[in-house]
Design a protein around this ligand. Structure first.
Ligand SMILES: [Zn+2]
Length: 579
């Protein structure tokens, strides 16, 4: 057997899928399975199912699913070789030295090389900040901002010297090309490279496991841009990472609350004052990926916005996002000209904590903010209404929708009937109308429905292996109208003929299409629909149905051939059996 396959099997034996997924998604026991909110699509009612006995997960909403490796790859956005290595490390399984096949090898090499040069750059910047003469100003700056040595070392802060070839001298040979791909250096027109980050304090940006994906760099003077981030790469997507989350996720999980701030310095200031439940966006708007990531750890988010216009604009966008992802959130606006950094430094942690207790539910916050901005004029209120209607219409939860409608009528001083009227108009304006930004997401598209008979049949196949030999040589296949169910049936019968009792979980990997795998997973994580006696009854019923179909076919044939003798025989058989 392929050595990687045997490592995979070994990991599957020792790694419990509930434990692995449970670290990223709140799971609750529900009968023989565990349920949670899907980290891959927006939902309020859990349909993300993990089966400890089958060691698979399956989401009934978006139909993503698979084994512990599929989860790891999807969730951490890594390739299979990386998932294998990560889980092998975690469960102390040793990896073979044999190489991967070329395509797996390519992604693997690229990502691991990028991570390696990032690590190298991080040590270089960190050393510079700690010890070099040229970083004196940077050290002074950090001290001035209240950043302690502990914070510098915990977050591996660094300094990129004011030179065209600082990092460029340290990184050698083939790694230079990787450094270029990682966005650390930029190629010169006439050959060679120069440093992207110069004269900046460096903030390494890690994923949740602490691997460095990129950097943010801040100038010490008024040069623009004030902040410079690593450009997007296969490793670094700023819409998907949150600064500081690798250091805060444990605290967030414990308290069930996460506080979202905007900048690196905000987060570090809060940490310095002992506040651990914070994350920062990288100077960008929140994305649905951010929200889904946090939803696995926290039950509630509090977003802290700066009071400037950018902060207010961000607040409006974030509001739609939380509503759409159905993640309970509150929001708070800082007083004029303040950001969390100087607020907590000036007034202390307890003042910041007070501020958090005054956070408003994000819907109220949004309405107040909008109404405040328009000055409460009639035109202004109508403009707010226009902006709010699509969001209200998109709410899937009816109770929540009616509460929010009521809130809108109160805040905008309107009759409930006129709000409802506007909503009706918006809904009937149909497709082609402008939706909200947040609604343009990857909602699962219309599902194909499996015929009821087929799903019962599949359920028996999966949960009652002893029924399988009884299906051999009986033409049950004619009863199945669903392609995937037919494929699964054929595969199981094939094994059955060879005397093998196949485990459905093993079959999943070998099926031809994703739709087929979805169908099988769904049956595996569903309950058995029948008792043993009911299975017997169902098999008899199926047998009768098959016979009916066969007789009807023969009858047609006999009719065509005008074979009266045969026709009589068939009628007699039908009469005897079913009257
Ligand atoms: Zn899902």
């Amino acid at each position: 057997m392929d050595q990687h396959q045997s490592v995979k099997d070994e990991i599957k034996r020792v790694a419990d899928i509930v434990e692995v997924i449970g670290k990223a998604v709140h799971l609750k026991r529900a009968g023989q399975n565990f349920l949670g909110l899907c980290p891959f699509h927006a939902e309020k009612t859990p349909s993300f199912t993990v089966s400890p006995s089958k060691q698979i997960f399956h989401c009934f909403g978006c139909r993503k699913g698979g084994d512990v490796f599929t989860f790891w790859m999807e969730y951490h956005k890594v390739s299979f070789p990386e998932a294998l290595r990560d889980l092998a490390e975690r469960y102390h399984v040793s990896l073979p030295k044999t190489p991967w096949n070329p395509s797996e090898n390519e992604t693997w090499t690229e990502r691991s090389s990028l991570l390696r040069v990032n690590e190298k750059a991080c040590s270089f910047f960190h050393e510079k900040l700690l010890r070099s003469e040229e970083a004196k100003q940077a050290r002074k700056y950090l001290v001035g901002r209240g950043i302690t040595k502990e914070i510098v070392s915990c977050f591996k802060l660094g300094y990129a010297p004011e030179a065209w070839e600082g990092l460029g001298r340290v990184i050698k040979g083939a790694d230079m090309e990787w450094a270029c791909k990682a966005g650390l250096v930029i190629p010169r027109k006439n050959g060679g490279y120069y440093d992207r980050f110069r004269g900046r304090i460096m903030f390494p940006i890690s994923d949740i496991r602490g691997r460095i994906l990129g950097f943010g760099g801040r100038v010490l003077d008024d040069t623009t841009p004030k902040y410079l981030n690593t450009p997007e790469s296969v490793l670094f997507h700023k819409g998907q990472v949150l600064y500081g989350f690798h250091a805060s996720h444990e605290a967030v999980r414990q308290s069930g609350r996460v506080v979202i701030v905007e900048g690196y310095m905000d987060l570090l200031a809060l940490r310095r004052h002992g506040f651990q439940e914070a994350v920062a966006t990288l100077g960008t708007a929140l994305t649905k990926e951010h929200v889904r990531l946090l939803r696995g750890y926290a039950k509630e988010a509090i977003v802290v916005f700066d009071s400037d216009n950018a902060g207010k604009a961000a607040a409006s966008k974030a509001f739609a996002l939380f509503l759409h992802e159905e993640f309970p959130a509150k929001a708070v606006l800082l007083p004029d000209n303040e950001d969390p950094d100087n607020y907590v430094n000036k007034r202390g942690l307890s003042a910041f904590q007070d501020l958090l207790t005054r956070a408003q539910p994000i819907f109220d916050f949004f309405l107040d903010l909008q109404v405040g901005q328009t000055g409460g004029s009639i035109e202004g209120r109508l403009a707010v209404l226009k902006q709010t209607i699509p969001l209200l219409c998109e709410l899937k939860n009816a109770a929540q929708q009616s509460l929010y409608v009521k809130r809108v009528t109160e805040k905008l001083d309107l009759k409930e009937s006129s709000v409802l009227e506007e909503m009706k108009k918006w809904v009937s304006s149909g497709p082609g109308r402008e939706g909200t930004e947040a609604s343009k997401t990857d909602e699962p598209s219309g599902k194909e429905v499996i015929y009821k008979d087929d799903s019962l049949f599949l359920n028996i196949l999966v949960h009652h292996p002893s029924a399988r030999p009884k299906m051999l040589n009986r033409d049950f296949r004619v009863l199945l109208s669903d392609g995937p169910v037919r494929e699964i049936f054929d595969r199981m019968m094939e094994d059955c003929r060879k005397g093998v009792v196949v485990n459905p979980a093993e079959l999943v990997d070998t099926l031809s299409g994703e739709r087929c795998r979805e169908v099988l997973r769904e049956a595996m994580v569903s309950r058995s629909m029948c008792s043993e006696e009911e299975v017997e009854q169902a098999l008899t019923d199926y047998g009768n149905k098959v016979l009916k179909i066969q007789l009807a076919d023969s009858k047609k044939k006999a009719c065509r051939q005008q074979d009266l003798q045969e026709l009589n025989k068939i009628s007699k058989t039908m009469q005897e059996r079913w009257g």
